[in-house]
Design a protein around this ligand. Structure first.
Ligand SMILES: *Cc1c(COP(=O)(O)O)cnc(C)c1O
Length: 391
């Protein structure tokens, strides 16, 4: 950790980790742009022209820091960015990103419609009522993306009404159809049956629109899993989130691509103590030392995004060795058993997620223990943790 490091929240401040700089005093996240670039290039190997990548950077780029990620992938050739909300889109424009930005969520409020125009953000339209509302409130043409529900049962009219919806939007003033898209519900399932049905429904909608004389400049259907599924789902854009961050939507994709995790989660040892056998550790004494033990207090907790439900279930890495976490994880701190680590010192770096020498712990490991997905693990890390950009 002697490289020159830059916190994403204050990009002008050069930081050297391990110095008394506050960013790395307690707990932090490292973001590795080289891994992001590697993943982008890996994804390009499974795509063919005209397909381009719309990089999904919603939810602060799945906890990685939207501005850093967006700048990196745009420099690699990402054609567009995807966010969930108006505020997320504005934040990217304020950071001087000029590529098309698609809002993947639904916006209805007239004031937000004004703001979309002002910031040149491109909304998703998903119902006739919303389309009419947009058309009424806009004073100049705005590129819009039409979402069709082909089986996700989330945003968009059902595919049966899809072509009518496209015709309506086509006929309304000030709405410029920039793309038509849909979203796969089961793309991480090794069984492609339902994805194929969704694609057939999508194709049907597009064909009907074409028969009505409407040409659609761009189509897109696949998320990360859809793009890797081996099915012909690529069209003009693939909307890639998770895979950019070096995580696999499902284990079967490990054989297709080599992805590198972009995020690591680190903290420091803040105290060491020797305790006798029979000592209760943390709230509720859910852990009682079976023998004399050396405990290390680590400065990260559930308020930083380490799930409290992982208490007594995870290990962390210190000096390249795996040591068990013991007792309830508290809001800002947790304890680990370092009895087998003779060299450990206050100030040592602790890896919660990431690599330390030949050991590593992934968001998938935590997700499996919690019965959730890696998406939820990485999105859960709070702004309190500084994002340190390596390099
Ligand atoms: C979040 C999102 C994506 C990205 O999905 P990944 O599985 O992370 O690649 C794509 N499309 C839409 C509509 C989304 O909301």
């Amino acid at each position: 950790m002697s490289a020159s490091l830059v916190p994403s929240s204050a990009e002008s401040l050069p930081v050297v980790c391990g110095s008394p700089f506050p960013s790395c005093d307690r707990a932090w996240i490292t973001i590795d742009p080289a891994a992001l670039i590697h993943n982008f290039k890996q994804l390009e190997t499974v795509l063919a022209p005209p397909t381009q990548i719309l990089a999904v950077v919603k939810a602060d780029a799945y906890g990685h820091g939207a501005v850093t990620v967006a700048r990196t992938v745009v420099a690699q050739g990402a054609a567009a960015l995807g966010v969930a909300t108006l505020a997320e889109g504005i934040a990217l424009r304020q950071a001087n990103l000029t590529v098309p930005i698609v809002i993947l969520g639904a916006i209805h409020n007239p004031e937000q419609i004004q703001a979309l125009s002002q910031w040149q953000l491109q909304p998703t339209l998903c119902s006739p009522e919303q389309a009419r509302c947009f058309s009424q409130h806009l004073t100049a043409p705005l590129p819009v993306h039409l979402k069709i529900d082909t089986g996700m049962s989330r945003l968009g009219p059902l595919w049966l009404q899809g072509s009518e919806f496209i015709k309506l939007v086509h006929s309304l003033p000030n709405l410029d159809i920039a793309s038509v898209y849909s979203h796969l519900a089961t793309a991480d399932d090794p069984d492609p049956s339902f994805m194929v049905i969704q694609q057939q429904r999508f194709e049907q909608v597009i064909q009907h629109a074409h028969l009505a004389g409407i040409s659609i400049p761009r189509l897109h259907l696949a998320n990360s899993a859809g793009a890797l599924s081996g099915q012909p789902f690529h069209y003009d854009w693939v909307r890639i989130g998770l895979a950019l961050y070096g995580l696999y939507p499902s284990p079967q994709f490990h054989s297709i691509l080599n992805l590198q995790p972009v995020m690591q989660v680190k903290a420091r040892v803040t105290q060491l103590k020797a305790v006798p056998a029979g000592t209760g550790v943390s709230y509720g004494h859910t852990y009682v030392t079976p023998h004399p033990m050396t405990l290390a207090v680590v400065a990260i907790g559930y308020a930083d995004g380490v799930p409290r439900r992982l208490s007594n279930q995870i290990s962390v890495l210190i000096r390249g060795q795996r040591v068990p976490q013991v007792g309830i994880i508290t809001m800002d701190q947790l304890m680990v058993d370092v009895s087998d680590l003779a060299q450990v010192k206050v100030g040592d770096e602790v890896t919660l997620l990431g690599q330390d020498r030949d050991q590593s712990i992934s968001a998938d490991d935590w997700a499996a223990q919690l019965g959730t997905i890696s998406y939820e693990i990485v999105c859960n890390f709070k702004p309190r943790l500084p994002r340190i950009v390596l390099g």
